[in-house]
Write a protein that binds this ligand. Structure first.
Ligand code: SF4
Length: 364
């Protein structure tokens, strides 16, 4: 059964001279008449103000390995309490989560939880962190930020999994509450963004440089490689060179495999050889930590010391088979600092996914 809407006052909007309101949360700047919703579907003009219709409502809760976000340098082996809502502020033709992102809410909003209930459930499940994922937390920023406060009060970390498509002021407010992020860099040409996502490249680059220059949020980047659309040698070399130049060599980069979905059913799945080729290009550009995802690839799943090249974390998919980073984040062989956030490593969560019900009567 779906959960009814709850209309929470939203931030980042203004009244226009013609009586409409403009949403300033993301670079779409939707202009809305009374009763209208933005492109993301979840922000709406109601009673002359903007409301968020998904506050306290979720499309489901799961405990996942942190590697699944993907974050390979943020407390490896830990578990993360994951949830999302509905809607999205991009319109990617290749969306791999379209049942949630394109949802008109009522069909996917199946659980209700207020911020402290989520933090409490995450703590009870033994998670290190809570992730805003499955759909982009930018569009439910007020809810995600309140959950983040509740998590921090209980000593939990917070993780945003996002396309990074937002404007400056909300970006500052949002990332002040986040400990880590995985940001999608969907391609490296504006043409790709315009034609296949309905957005633009520059705001995403702005988010990445903001994170690097003005915050201590730990972040990693993911690029879904789509055959024939964003996987040319030239585009991958340009993207890798930009990351190296603007963000430095220590930002991990994940290349993941596309499968035909949503409005791109005519494009074949990404061959493993494309992921390997992309990884080689990025390593050649000087990046220290480049991974392949959604494939069994021992080399592409391994974190090696950038100095002595010793294999420090060996992964198979989301499972860690070998781990030797010191608790304070150094290579035990040569003492080089490994970029990221590390701690004591004991029993990795492994390749599991545990659905969680927030209704007490349904809990085991
Ligand atoms: S967050 Fe939603 S309503 Fe606001 S500008 Fe972006 S798409 Fe439009």
């Amino acid at each position: 059964m779906s959960i009814p809407e709850s209309h929470h006052p939203a931030r980042w909007w203004r009244v226009l001279p013609d009586g409409r309101i403009e949403c300033d949360l993301c670079p779409r700047y939707c202009k809305l008449h009374e009763g209208q919703r933005g492109l993301c579907f979840v922000r709406k003009m109601e009673g002359g103000r903007m409301v968020l219709t998904t506050y306290g409502r979720s499309s489901g809760f799961c405990v996942d390995p942190i590697e699944k976000k993907p974050l390979n340098h943020f407390y490896p082996g830990s578990s993360v309490f994951s949830f999302g809502t509905a809607g999205c502020n991009l319109a990617c033709k290749f969306c791999q989560n379209w049942d949630i992102s394109k949802s008109r809410e009522t069909d996917t909003m199946v659980d209700r939880a207020m911020p402290d209930e989520i933090a409490e459930a995450a703590e009870r499940a033994g998670c290190k962190s809570v992730a805003f994922t499955y759909n982009d937390p930018v569009i439910f920023a007020e809810y995600a930020m309140d959950v983040a406060d509740a998590c921090h009060a209980r000593g939990l970390k917070t993780v945003a999994v996002t396309a990074g498509y937002m404007t400056e002021e909300p970006r500052r407010a949002f990332y002040a509450k986040m400990d880590a992020a995985n940001v999608d860099l969907k391609g490296f040409t504006d043409d790709f963004y315009v034609k296949l996502t309905g957005g633009h490249l520059q705001p995403v680059l702005d988010t990445l440089t903001y994170l690097k220059r003005e915050t201590d949020v730990w972040f990693e980047i993911t690029t879904l490689l789509i055959p024939g659309h964003n996987d040319s040698d030239a585009e991958l070399a340009a993207m890798s060179a930009w990351i190296f130049r603007e963000l430095g060599p220590d930002v991990p980069l994940h290349f993941s495999a596309f499968h035909p979905d949503w409005k791109m059913l005519d494009v074949p799945p990404t061959p493993a050889s494309t992921l390997t080729r992309a990884r080689e290009i990025a390593l050649k550009a000087g990046l220290h930590y480049v991974y392949t995802g959604n494939v069994h690839d021992p080399a592409g799943g391994t974190t090696s010391c950038p100095s002595c090249h010793e294999a420090l974390i060996v992964r198979d998919w989301y499972r860690i088979d070998h781990y030797s980073v010191t608790p304070d984040g150094h290579c035990p062989h040569c003492g080089t600092a490994i970029a990221g956030r590390f701690g004591a490593f004991s029993h990795p969560f492994g390749n599991r996914r545990i659905p969680i019900s927030m209704h007490r009567e349904d809990r085991p």
